[in-house]
Ligand binder design. Structure first.
Ligand code: DOR
Ligand code: ZN
Length: 359
């Protein structure tokens, strides 16, 4: 069987639910799930409870992560109207600033009319540190222009539609500093899958888009910098309730889905590694850890099963799909932390990748 040693992956868009939503995921369960997917570093989103918007709330996540993370991690600060004055001071403790410009899970967001807050954050946050925007539709244009006027780059999260990727492509072709990520759910699922998944289990932000949107993402792969999961764990009891929260778990299936696409001739292994290892490290300024790699059986056939997932979400929108390519082992900083479905790692082994950490 073809067993390849490959660089380990970094996922720049992951929701762990600490603090405040540990029944869905915590730093231990989420980072173990990531390791099983070949990911040795993840960047954790700030829409927790409380949201990570100041030193005290950031410290809650830093402490939880220091105690429990099994893979390396960074933590985003959330942007809001109230932290314009001091967000930049916290930058060294974070992997970047996250701006929510549209509604999604949780309360953290910048109001749609509040252009002032967006522009102030873009001016003040260190220009060499990443700003990531949840921006859909017209908000993509707003984010790109505000960044351009502030002489800085911006990273657009989870691009899902043909008009959005066309705008980003046009901006890139004019030399404007914008990068973007696409998630597996928008590459492999569309509205055509929603009836099969059911109402709650197809709820995600950005929403599943049309098959034409899905095709446009594949056609513009050259303009997509990163594949990130937007791993958003919610329990099945929540997804199947009358008020299903949006989001799909993803860290345990993302690489296998992309390897399956390689097998199907849709892109090359180098294309995948560029978007899941090299570009994320470069764009987010994260150095390659020494003695770190994954071993992958590129021919192994397997079926994701929610019941076998390590995430507390314990479900997957790709239930029962036949995927080709499986992570066999993960070595992080010289320690084989995952092998043959078993973990050999202590909670707390993961390191904070921020320039300055406080625990
Ligand atoms: O579907 C989503 N779920 N999209 C987001 O932007 C947030 C996420 C979550 O935190 O559950
Ligand atoms: Zn997200």
């Amino acid at each position: 069987m073809p067993r390849l040693r490959l660089p380990s992956l970094i996922d720049v868009h992951v929701h762990l639910r600490e603090p405040g939503g540990e029944h869905k995921e915590d730093f231990e369960s989420g980072t173990r799930a990531a390791l099983a997917g070949g990911i040795t570093a993840l960047l954790a989103m700030p829409n927790t409870q409380p949201p990570l918007i100041d030193s005290a709330s950031l410290a809650l996540a830093e402490r939880a992560a220091a105690l429990r993370a099994c893979c390396d991690y960074g933590i985003y600060l959330g942007a809001c109207a109230e932290n314009i004055a001091f967000a930049a001071d916290l930058a060294p403790r974070t992997c970047g600033l996250k701006c929510y410009l549209n509604d999604t899970f949780g309360t953290l967001r910048i109001d749609a009319d509040d252009l002032h807050t967006v522009r102030e954050h873009f001016e003040r946050f260190p220009k060499d540190r990443p700003i990531v925007c949840h921006a859909e539709g017209q908000m993509v244009a707003s984010a790109i222009l505000c960044a351009h006027l502030a002489n800085r780059s911006v990273h657009i999260a989870h691009v899902s539609r043909a008009d959005e990727i066309a705008l980003i492509r046009a901006a890139k072709e004019r030399g404007i500093a914008v990068t973007c990520e696409v998630c597996p759910q928008h590459l492999f699922l569309s509205l055509a899958d929603a009836p099969r998944l059911g109402k709650g289990r197809s709820e995600v932000r950005p929403r599943l888009a049309t098959p034409a949107d899905q095709a446009a993402l594949w056609a513009n792969m050259a303009y997509i910098d990163c594949i990130a999961t937007d791993h958003a764990p919610h329990l099945l009891s929540e997804k199947d309730s009358a008020t299903p929260p949006p989001g799909f778990p993803g860290v345990e299936t993302s690489f296998a889905l992309m390897l399956t696409a390689v097998h199907d001739g849709r892109l090359t292994l180098d294309d995948v590694l560029a978007r899941m290892a090299y570009n994320p490290r470069r764009l987010f300024g994260i150095r390659d850890p020494e003695q770190t790699w994954i071993e992958v059986d590129t021919d192994a056939l397997w079926q994701p099963r929610g019941a076998h997932m390590h995430s507390r979400a314990a479900w997957t929108p790709f239930e029962g799909w036949t995927l080709r390519g499986r992570v066999e082992s993960v070595t992080l900083r010289g320690v084989t932390v995952y092998e043959g479905g078993r973990f050999r790692v202590q909670a707390g082994f993961g390191r904070n990748l921020a320039p300055i950490h406080q625990t």
